[in-house]
Design a protein around this ligand. Structure first.
Ligand code: URA
Length: 212
């Protein structure tokens, strides 16, 4: 398997066009969710690049052939709640046999550190490629904590898929988990004083679920 670079910025025109519509505050919840599903499939194409293949013998209508199929144990998709679910749906459509896990973290208002409130992961994490999904890599605090949990469960081959990344979050992830490649559709300018990505798209969970 080829290991991707630490950071892959997906500049494909379709991804960039869809992302611009998602950023626009006038875009409705329904359109935002549909575009997120479409983009997640395009990003899934990148994050699964280099997956190992083997061959199996099949019969085409013309003759027998040894044809390529994915090798190894089914991969695990892990959604970092709650916004991760928006990316999860599209990726799962493309890789329907993937196993799915969920990690829920909240921020302790005193320590500002992420605290786990939910974690349900597939078995044999150490034998699978694990793709953690969260649309926004902002401070990196929750992403780093989620990857910590995945490693504690035995995962050794992890990739992180997001839609937008802030330079601060990328640096934090690289320092804490240099072995985890990041795939993103955009690298934005910075975080604001509230830890939101700017120019960003606002609160990804609120935008996709219609909450405030
Ligand atoms: N989470 C979001 O949903 N948006 C941001 O800009 C940062 C974190």
């Amino acid at each position: 398997m080829t290991t991707p670079d630490h950071l892959t910025h997906v500049t494909h025109p379709l991804v960039q066009h869809k992302l611009t519509i998602m950023r626009d505050k006038a875009t409705s919840t329904a359109v935002f969710r549909q575009l997120l599903r479409e983009i997640s499939q395009l990003l899934a194409y990148e994050v699964t690049r280099g997956l190992p293949l083997t061959t199996k013998t099949i019969e085409t209508p013309m003759q027998a052939m040894d044809a390529p199929v994915l090798d190894g144990k089914k991969l695990a998709l892990v959604s970092i709640l709650r916004a991760g679910n928006g990316l999860l749906d599209g990726v799962l459509e493309l890789i329907p046999s993937a196993r799915v896990g969920f990690v829920g973290l909240y921020r302790d208002e005193e320590t500002l550190q992420p605290v786990e409130y939910y974690c349900k992961l597939p078995d044999a994490m150490g034998e699978r490629l694990v793709i953690a999904v969260d649309p926004m890599l902002a401070t990196g605090n929750s992403s780093v904590a989620a990857i910590d949990l995945l490693k504690q469960s035995g995962a050794t081959n992890i990739r992180f898929l997001c839609l937008l990344a802030a330079p601060e979050g990328i640096a934090r992830m690289k320092a804490a988990h240099p072995d985890v490649p990041i795939v993103t559709a955009a690298i934005d300018e910075k975080l604001n004083e509230n830890g939101y990505i700017v120019p960003g798209l606002g609160d990804a969970g609120d935008r996709m679920f219609g909450t405030k």
